[in-house]
Design a protein around this ligand. Structure first.
Ligand code: FAD
Length: 384
């Protein structure tokens, strides 16, 4: 019997995991990824260097048989370590013990592990191949290689895991409007780094925590990396009165701002000026679509369908959860692809919308309430 062919656009976190799950369920899977193979050339860019992996994402990795490979390369985070401007830092645990924790994982490392797993499951990976257009009636797409040379390719069933800027979404929306709504947060982010410390304890601050420096309308966070460094992310209004990325345009202004607002953090970042001046400001938006698919021909998944702001650390986790639901639906015998896509949207869209709203709310909690004495008093009474 011929195996059903599925074409995936994007070999990022969600695309690579979905490809592995589908191949293990007997599909013939091709993945077309715009970037070169990160296992050959190193991981290019990416919006955050490390990510918080939570139970939802971990459960999907267990289904794929990969959690035992991922967890040894992750750092456990038991809770939030809150650094107020004045007073002492304190850990707010996520649960009663280490059964309720989250994990800090390297985006690049995880992506490469997932690509290896997909390839081992029989997926054909094609790097340096961008989707530029598709004819959904003829079931063909147009790909461009790194030199810009175009070529057509058959694609009876297309799944777009090509992220927040999805090219497949644009193609689908032209074919039949998807009801796209983008809600910009009005805040941006910039990544900085705390390097490993000298000496036996490789970490300059507590390793097993997600660090937060809440300052009301803005904040810094830091997540640990296995080799002892921390990825710091500054979240700040994009424009407007001080402080905003407009009023803190370069490292000189930023150093003065940090000396005042993050005095304990600044000395931990020795390459502050280089990091600040060379790393771009990233934008943050929530993406809502009314429709995630065009009957059985094309579907969007992960950030391509529901990009969210990162304050619950759930974008990848939610995308991982998507992959298991979709792979199961497609594998159910007798189910037509259009039916499976419709059912996927029916099941997953309310969840994606809920986490999108919670992620925006959590920005306010993280940058503000976690340092509010009333919030801390509530937590002591058992509220989370
Ligand atoms: P992506 O990771 O964007 O991957 C898309 C892939 O498609 C890329 O490899 C890209 O090269 C490829 N591609 C794009 N266009 C084309 C094309 N035309 N043709 C072929 N290939 C293409 N989530 C968490 O769960 N925990 C966190 O702690 C967390 N922190 C975050 C912090 C920040 C600052 C940000 C911005 C996001 C964070 N997220 C987090 C969200 C997470 O990064 C995303 O949800 C996740 O990367 C989505 O995976 P994806 O595979 O859908 O998209």
């Amino acid at each position: 019997m011929t195996r059903q062919a599925i074409t995936l656009i994007g070999g990022g976190l969600v695309g690579a995991l979905l490809a592995q799950l589908l191949a293990r369920r007997g599909f013939e899977v091709d993945v077309f990824e715009k970037r070169p193979d990160p296992r050959q050339v190193g991981f290019v860019g990416g919006r955050s260097i490390n990510l918080a992996l939570a139970e939802r994402g971990l459960q999907a990795l267990r289904t794929a048989g990969l959690s035992d490979d991922v967890l040894p390369r992750a750092v456990m985070m038991r809770g939030r370590m809150v650094h107020p401007l004045e007073g002492t830092s304190g850990l707010q645990r996520y649960g009663v013990d280490d059964s309720e924790v989250i994990w800090s994982v390297s985006r690049g490392g995880l992506n490469m592990l997932l690509l290896d797993a997909a390839e081992a499951a029989g997926v054909r990976l094609h790097f340096g191949q961008s989707l530029v257009n598709a004819d959904l009636d003829a079931r063909r797409m147009v790909l461009a290689d790194e030199e810009g040379t175009m070529r057509p390719h058959d694609a009876p069933v297309l799944i777009g895991a090509d992220g927040a800027g999805s090219a497949l979404r644009t193609v689908m929306d032209h074919y039949r409007p998807l009801g796209i709504r983008v809600e910009p947060l009005g805040h941006g982010y910039k990544e900085l780094e705390i390097p490993p410390a000298a000496g036996a304890n490789r970490f300059a601050i507590e390793p097993n925590a997600l660090h937060i420096w809440p300052r009301g309308g803005y904040m810094c966070i830091a997540l640990p990396n296995t080799e002892g460094s921390f990825t710091v992310t500054l979240f700040l209004p994009a424009q407007g009165p001080h402080p905003s990325f407009d009023t803190v345009p370069d490292s000189a202004a930023a150093a003065a701002f940090f000396r005042q607002d993050f005095p304990d953090l600044l000395p931990l970042i020795p390459r502050f000026a280089e990091d600040y001046d060379s790393h771009p400001v990233g934008g943050l938006s929530t993406l809502y679509l009314d429709r995630w698919h065009i009957d059985g021909r094309a579907l969007l998944i992960g950030d391509a369908a529901h990009a969210i702001v990162p304050f619950h650390g759930q974008g990848m986790n939610c995308g991982f959860e998507d992959t298991v639901v979709l792979a199961d639906l497609l594998a159910e015998s007798g189910r037509d692809t259009g039916d499976a896509f419709a059912e996927f949207q029916r099941i997953r869209q309310p969840n994606a919308n809920a986490i999108a709203a919670m992620a925006v709310e959590n920005y306010i909690e993280m940058r503000d309430s976690v340092a509010d004495p009333r919030y801390l008093a509530k937590r002591e009474l058992g509220a989370r």
